[in-house]
Ligand binder design. Structure first.
Ligand code: ADP
Ligand code: MG
Length: 612
């Protein structure tokens, strides 16, 4: 038998290793931005085309590389950042493994231009499949520009795995924002397909927060700052009134590295305690600095998790620091000197919502949900109904075997026709626990769940709206602006055309801000902002679900979010409307997410239960 072990050729080994570091365009963005930061740049520009699939370029004015270093930088385990094992415990730079450039060169076509201040000329390198294919001296400004083209051009399987441009761009924006947030003293810009998305002048952390997360945080943040020998924490949390229904504006950095930590998030939420509603999320941008020896550096740097030597101390520290900051803010009257005129006028636009408006809006909206709108709906379905009825009329020659081969769906329609044949006693229906509706029928009763039923109705109505006639919009009396986290803004932009069909009139207003010009007639005026935030939050719950299209996720999210909730008392008219609408649905018995909308109880079965 011959020996069978072989060394993999370098380019294959590199491609395999690259898989760990570069999973998608956003991972390359992160690595390149971090290299630019490590190079001491104070100006960093990111350019992407096709969400990074065709081009990712980072231009910095950092220290540049010598000719030899430029060539070396693409080798695996080539790094200027650690020299011996001891250095590992003092890591202050963002990178240190020397894997990023090697990985990038293994899966893209790379062009590097770099020049150090002390050199006359710069170096130009072209690398493909980990091999330098061109090198020449070049006139250049100080710093480095790395352009990677056609990511995964040589690994089609990975290229095919990439998501839509909108989704990949969202990831890129996330990474960009995380780095930009951590280094407010550096100028950052991002342009995508020739359009500038971010232009972030160097400034203070607070300015950076406002630049990125929106003006509504100006004068609405509380400074957090505690210093001890063990660790420091600093940064800002949003005042309780800025808490949103959607997560997003939440950033934790440990030694300037963005991390995700449910544990530390919990510590902050605990500090907010009773100050915000249960289902809302406060903004926070917090930096924790501690001795790198107190961190587990073996956690892979491309992962965003972190392990602290002593987790409990960190938790307690974060919690008390935020609590302390919030307590100070609530006893000291806050004079918002920095509030600028443009924002003041925006605030004035979103007029206070009085109890009076609320009750009138509520009743009118419910009214239209269950009556006005459905009148049209009702007539429409009625005519369809007649048609079905004709079709299944026993006089028509539809043999019973023919009916049986049909799916359950048909059977259900049949039941429904049967039930709808005025055998519902809608005038006798009543509500139980403000959650259920009991609907007597000629031979038993139906028990409806009001939210589930309404979800089904809305879902079908939304489908009809996106496929055909758009829903009517109610113009906002006072257009409200909504400020979103950058990634949420990208998401909302993506959803705009469908939302328009669903009656939402939204206009991008620059800087992750949108103006809400109108909402569907059913949405309570004054709640537009919350409705949209909640919809986005709900959408994100579905967003990892590959089996649904963007539109499907949107429809489900809206249906879930707009459906009347348990605890809402309904008038007789509203109950009737709900029942009629439900049984006019194509699939009345379950919600889009598969929950039952009603249960049927038959008199004879009930009697059986009682031994009769
Ligand atoms: P690491 O950042 O872990 O050291 P990389 O593969 O990202 O590994 O980069 C390899 C080396 O190339 C770095 O250590 C650095 O010396 C050099 N380098 C990379 N990008 C830049 C840049 N933008 N400016 C200057 N030097 C750079
Ligand atoms: Mg690096």
């Amino acid at each position: 038998m011959p020996d069978i072990i072989q060394l993999l050729p370098d380019n294959i080994a590199n491609q395999i290793a690259a898989g760990e570091v570069i999973q998608r365009p956003a991972s390359a963005v992160k690595e390149l931005l971090e290299n630019a930061v490590d190079a001491g740049a104070d100006e960093i520009k990111l350019i992407v085309n096709d969400a990074g699939k065709s081009l990712i370029q980072v231009i910095d004015n950092g220290k540049g590389m010598s000719e030899i270093d430029a060539r070396m930088s693409f080798e695996r385990h080539a790094t200027s950042k650690i020299k011996d094992i001891e250095d590992l415990f003092r890591i202050k730079t963002m990178g240190f493994r020397g894997e990023a450039l090697a990985s990038i060169a293994a899966v893209a076509q790379v062009e590097l231009k770099t020049k150090r201040a002390e050199d006359e000329t710069g170096v130009f390198l072209e690398v493909e499949n980990s091999v330098v294919i061109k090198q020449e001296p070049i006139a250049a400004t100080n710093g480095t520009s790395i352009a990677m083209k056609n990511l995964f051009f040589n690994v089609p399987a990975r290229r095919n795995f990439l998501k839509s441009n909108a989704a990949e761009l969202r990831h890129i924006v996330d990474e960009f924002v995380r780095v930009a947030m951590a280094f407010p003293e550096i100028f950052f810009s991002l342009s995508s397909n020739g359009q500038q998305v971010f232009h972030l002048e160097a400034g203070t952390l607070k300015q950076r927060i406002v630049q990125i997360l929106g003006n509504n945080y100006n004068a609405k943040v509380v400074s957090v700052q505690e210093h001890t020998d063990y660790m420091n924490i600093y940064g800002f949390v949003g005042k309780p009134e800025t808490a949103k229904k959607t997560r997003g504006d939440q950033y934790f950095f440990v030694n300037n590295r963005f991390i995700k930590s449910a544990y530390l998030n919990h510590a902050v939420m605990n500090a907010f305690d009773e100050m915000i509603a249960k289902d809302s999320f406060p903004m926070y941008t917090l930096f924790i600095d501690l001795d790198p020896s107190q961190l587990d550096i073996n956690v892979h740097p491309t992962k965003q998790e972190i392990k602290f030597e002593d987790e409990k101390i960190v938790y307690a520290f974060v919690q008390s620091a935020v609590k302390h900051a919030l307590a100070q803010f609530s006893i000291t009257p806050t004079l918002d000197f920095e509030l600028d005129a443009s924002i003041q006028s925006l605030d004035a636009v979103s007029k206070p919502f009085t109890e009076e408006n609320k009750s009138s809006a509520t009743s009118s909206s419910l009214y239209s949900t269950f009556t006005k709108k459905n009148q049209a709906h009702f007539v429409e379905s009625k005519s369809e109904l007649k048609h079905w009825k004709d079709f299944y009329e026993p006089t028509k020659k539809v043999s019973s075997t023919e009916l049986q081969v049909d799916s359950n769906e048909t059977k259900k329609d049949f039941d429904f026709l049967d039930a709808h044949n005025s055998k519902f006693e809608t005038e006798n229906c009543f509500q139980l626990h403000n959650t259920f509706i009991i609907l007597p029928t000629h031979n038993g009763y139906y028990l409806l769940h009001q939210q589930n039923a309404h979800e089904r109705i809305l879902y079908e109505r939304f489908i009809a709206a996106v496929d055909g006639k758009p829903m009517s919009t109610q113009q906002s009396l006072f257009p409200v602006t909504i400020d979103l986290a950058p990634a949420d803004a990208v998401l909302l932009n993506e959803l705009l055309p469908d939302l328009q069909h669903l009656g939402y009139m939204l206009e991008p207003f620059g800087n992750n801000t949108f103006v809400i010009q109108g909402t569907p007639a059913d949405v309570v005026q004054g709640n537009e902002k919350v409705a949209i935030e909640k919809m986005l939050e709900q959408y994100k719950h579905f967003s990892n679900d590959l089996k649904y299209s963007k539109r499907e996720k949107l429809l489900r999210s809206l249906a879930l979010q707009q459906a009347i909730k348990p605890g809402t008392s309904l008038t007789e008219k509203e109950m009737k409307g709900l029942v009629e609408d439900l049984f006019n649905c194509t699939t009345p018995n379950i919600t889009a997410n598969g929950k039952p909308t009603y249960l049927e109880f038959k008199k004879n079965e009930l009697n059986k239960m009682f031994g009769r």
